[in-house]
Design a protein around this ligand. Structure first.
Ligand code: SAM
Ligand code: DTB
Ligand code: SF4
Length: 329
């Protein structure tokens, strides 16, 4: 059987920029997922080499600037007040953030991502975060924040502070979204993404796999991401980290090859984006991570902590890069 994947004319595109009317269908992406593994990885490598340095991997370091107690009920999240067990911590002060950013820069990270467990920021909080962004930017790093849903005008304030990227994930397929989150809708996420784009901030937007969704749902999420106009500059692909106490604590583990396929499809349909091998690396073997790089992942979260979950120690990543001949971008 020959599987073909074609871009279809657009019916509707999200975001404000009128761009080429290309729209990926879920069927086309399911066909990519169904390719023999070697064929899929070969196609992903071809696309990867056409658009990126083949052995370069960008390093982003995360810091949780406000932890736990979130009003939202995202079924995967340790920081939800509904079920999360993460220890709560108030918004950090600027000095603490700057010293973490300096340490990350010294270790080789080029982007510093600050995450807050909010449904969305209050204006007072946003002013404090703006100070953090300006201070991290002054270190010569790229800045990224993920603060939840934005109200009109807030994205402009972030842009004025020097923000390079806003992370706001679509997280899962529209047809699965309501099974995982009830306190906001995926349309709310699109609305914030539109504001981020309109403010001239780069978009970091991806999702989570391994929550018990079908392959078709994974394809459907990737189609939504690629059909953003333009597609996100950064696409974090998270593998669910099953957190104690959350509704998804006992989700059945995903076949590792299916995770690699997800990366490969993302690479093929979003050729110029950074595809980040994100949460879940601590639980992955070196061999599985190598397959993800072969499939076109060219960014990682670097540093021993994500927001509340563990991430590989820098030393393990350095050793892996050396064995694979990879270098920091
Ligand atoms: N509250 C903001 C929001 O939801 O956009 C920002 C922080 S939130 C923790 C950022 C992202 O982390 C989520 O969109 C989700 O993709 C990811 N995430 C959260 N918990 C996770 C888990 N247990 N495993 C994998 N990814 C997770
Ligand atoms: C993203 O897509 N993954 C990061 C970042 N954006 C903010 C967060 C992963 C969180 C993993 C679970 C935790 O640390 O609590
Ligand atoms: Fe809150 Fe974000 Fe966690 Fe959802 S993913 S509960 S919005 S911190």
């Amino acid at each position: 059987m020959t599987a073909t994947a074609t871009a279809q004319p657009a019916a509707q595109v999200h975001a404000t920029t009128p761009l080429p009317a290309l729209r990926w269908s879920t069927d086309a992406l399911v066909a990519l997922f169904e390719l023999p593994f070697n064929d899929l990885l070969f196609r992903a490598q071809e696309v990867h080499r056409e658009h990126h340095q083949p052995n370069a991997v960008q390093l982003s370091t995360l810091l949780s600037i406000k932890t736990g107690g979130c009003s939202e009920d995202c079924g995967y999240c340790s920081q939800s007040a509904h079920h999360g067990e993460a220890e709560r911590e108030a918004l950090l002060d600027v000095d603490a953030v700057v010293s973490a950013a300096k340490a990350a820069k010294d270790k080789g990270a080029t982007r510093f991502c600050m995450g807050a467990a909010w449904r969305g920021p209050k204006d007072k909080d946003l002013d404090q975060v703006a100070g953090m962004i300006a201070a991290v930017k002054a270190l010569g790093m790229e800045t990224c924040v993920t603060l939840g849903m934005l109200k009109p005008g807030q994205a402009d304030k972030l842009k004025a502070a020097g923000l390079d990227y806003y992370n706001h994930n679509l997280d899962t397929a529209p047809e699965f979204y309501g099974q995982v989150i009830s306190t906001h809708s995926q349309q709310d996420r699109f609305d914030t993404l539109d504001q981020v784009r309109a403010a001239g901030i780069n978009v970091c937007c991806g999702g989570i796999v391994g929550m018990g969704e079908t392959r078709r749902a994974r394809a459907s999420l990737l189609a939504e991401l690629a059909n953003l106009a333009p597609p996100p500059e950064s696409v974090p692909i998270n593998q669910l980290v099953p957190m104690p106490g959350t509704p998804l604590e006992n989700a059945p583990p995903l076949d590792p090859f299916e995770f690699v396929r997800t990366i490969a499809v993302a690479r093929i349909i979003m050729p110029t984006s950074l595809v980040r091998l994100s949460a879940g690396r601590q639980e992955m073997s070196d061999e599985l991570q190598a397959l993800c790089f072969l499939a076109g992942a060219n960014s990682i979260f670097y540093g021993d902590k994500l927001l509340t979950a563990d991430n590989p120690e820098a030393g393990r990543d350095e050793a892996l890069f050396k064995r694979l001949g990879l270098h920091a971008a």
